[in-house]
Structures are given as C-alpha cells and as structure tokens.
Write a protein that binds this ligand. Structure first.
Ligand code: PGA
Length: 249
C-alpha cells in the first residue's frame, strides 16, 4: 500500500502560542518517517507553531479559511495568509464549522478549490448526523457531501476525513467495522469518479473520539489510512501513543 499513515491533530480552540511551542518541542523527537504527523492549530499560534516545528517532521496547518482571495470579510483569513505563514494544510468543512457556523457544501467546495490553487493541502471533512444514520440515510448524505465538495477537483490532491458527527467529542467511536464500511464506500465512490488507481492513492482518515486504546483496531481496517484526532491530540503523551499505534486485527 502506498499510503503513508497520517495522524492529524485538530486542536480546535485550544492552546496559545506558548503552549503550542511547548507541545511541539516535546513531540518533535517522537515523530519519525513511518507516519505523517500533522497539527491543525489556532490561527494565532500558527507562526509560532511553524517556527517550533522547523527541522522536525511535524506539519502545521490551519482549521479553517475563507474562500475569497482577499476583501471586506471582517474576521476572516485567506489561503494566501496561511501559505505565507508557512502552513502546509488546512482542515475544511469540519462538522463544527458546518453546524455552528452554517457552512454549506457549496462554500466548502469553494474553499477546497482555493486551498489547492494556493498550494495548501485540504483535509476535507465529511460526516453524517446521528438522525441521518438512524434513518439509514448516512451514505446518501456522505455521497452528496463528496459530490458537492469535490466537484471539478482532482481528489488525488485532497485528504478526506470521515467524521461521524455522533462520534465527535462524545467518547462514542464508530466501531472499526462501522468505520471501515463507510471508508470502503468512500473509496468505491472515488474509484467510480476518478478511477481505481487514483482511489487507491487517496488517504481517507477516520475521526471521532480516536484514543490510544482504539487507534490500533481502527488502523487495522483496509481503508482507514489515518486519523483526525481532537481531544486526544491536546496532550503530548496521549498523542505520542496514538502516533506509535500498533495495528490490531
Ligand atoms: P474528538 O474530535 O477526537 O475530540 O472526537 C475529532 C474532531 O473533531 O476532529
């Protein structure tokens, strides 16, 4: 398999610049070439995090951006601002952005296109709500998110993160089998759209209450290529355990 496992942290609205520097300083020596380690940090800590990560293998990214190049968008941040701050990736369409800030697939699509144009790796998040899963509509919801957010995009340049909304911050992880079923569905969709050789190259991450004790079983699934970790990415010790997971099958 040619996909290097990706362990991505999503710090959400946690950590000042100093806290970010200290975290990265402790983490750096634990990150080797076998796994790609990414940290999505708050805007204010980006430059400090980029500096602290210099010379290590840790990649620094943002958790959001606006789709426009520049303009009268009070409080917003552009792709170019991120790029010139030295970040390499951006998390887009996280369910908290969708739910709490009203982001639509159309808006997220424009952000994906802009991120690629400016040389940032988009991590596109998709995921269904609990009622969508309970009513058996989750695959339709996910398909629509993929279709709308990747329209006209070369998906080989994107990382996809499947995060069932009911599993985020709740302690309820999808079982490895439930996650695998959706990941296989996403891979099949990518295969139909882009061809199977492209689909095999695209990394699909799982997110939602990933912890040191469930990562091994998740990573044992064929179509889970990495994880997007919220809560457990805030403590160095837990995050290092996640990075150093051993596959359980
Ligand atoms: P969690 O968050 O690991 O705290 O559930 C995951 C995410 O929101 O990306």
């Amino acid at each position: 398999m040619d996909r290097i496992p990706i362990i991505a942290g999503n710090w959400k609205m946690y950590k000042t610049t100093e806290e970010a520097r200290a975290f990265i300083g402790s983490l750096a020596s634990h990150v080797g070439p076998e796994r790609r380690v990414l940290l999505g940090v708050p805007f204010t800590a980006l430059e400090g995090a980029v500096q602290a990560a210099r010379g290590s293998r840790i990649e620094i990214g943002a958790q959001n951006m606006h789709d426009m190049v520049e303009g009268a968008f009070t409080g917003e941040i552009s792709a170019r601002m991120l790029k010139t701050s030295g970040v390499s990736f951006v998390i887009l369409g996280h369910s908290e952005r969708r739910q709490l800030f009203g982001e639509t697939n159309a808006f997220i699509h424009r952000k994906v296109v802009r991120a690629l144009q400016k040389g940032l790796l988009p991590i596109l998040c998709i995921g269904e709500l609990l009622q969508e899963r309970e009513s058996g509509k989750h695959l339709d919801v996910l398909k629509l998110q993929l279709e709308d957010c990747l329209h006209g995009v070369n998906a080989e340049q994107v990382v996809i993160a499947y995060e069932p909304v009911w599993a985020i911050g709740t302690g309820k992880t999808a079982t490895p089998e439930v996650a695998q079923e959706v990941h296989a569905f996403i891979r099949a969709w990518l295969g139909q759209k882009y061809g199977s050789s492209s689909a095999r190259k695209i990394s699909i991450l799982y997110g939602g209450s990933v912890k040191p004790d469930n990562i091994g079983a998740l990573m044992g699934q064929d179509d889970i290529d990495g994880v997007l970790v919220g809560g457990a990415s805030l403590e160095v010790e837990a995050f290092v355990k996640i990075i150093n997971y051993r596959v359980e099958s």
